[in-house]
Design a binder for this molecule. Structure first.
Ligand code: SF4
Length: 125
């Protein structure tokens, strides 16, 4: 494994531990070839790479910087604050079909209406 991969892996593991989120980083690490460096907590990485049923967490089509932004903004499918959901955010784009995952004008990838990130912005009143 290249030295750059090890550095990136350690950074994402620490970032996910600091934010309490490991799904995005775990999916990213899985896309990088799994935990063969011996330096990451393998059980944590493996658990984080498990698919989330009915979630909007599939980041497989995103670039590394897009995944990093999503993770650093602490995006989650279920908001910790009922008054701040993606559906109530000015940056949310609802799914055309009315169901499933929407999108966001700030971060890439699928976004849950009940989700949240630290860049939440109230809808104009
Ligand atoms: S900015 Fe954050 S809270 Fe707002 S829609 Fe995008 S992901 Fe959701």
């Amino acid at each position: 494994m290249k030295r750059d991969d090890i550095t990136r892996r350690k950074f994402l593991v620490r970032l996910s531990a600091a934010t309490g989120l490991s799904v995005g980083a775990g999916a990213f690490l899985a896309a990088c070839g799994g935990g063969d460096s011996g330096s990451a907590p393998e059980a944590e990485v493996a658990a984080a790479a498990e698919p989330v049923a009915m979630g909007c967490t599939d980041v497989s089509g995103l670039t590394d910087p897009e995944v990093l932004l999503r993770t650093s903004l602490q995006y989650v499918d279920e908001t910790p604050d009922a008054d701040k959901t993606c559906e109530g955010c000015a940056l949310f784009v609802a799914p055309e079909s009315g169901a499933g995952c929407g999108t966001c004008t700030l971060i890439k990838g699928p976004i849950a209406a009940a989700g949240y990130c630290t860049s939440w912005a109230a809808l104009p009143s």
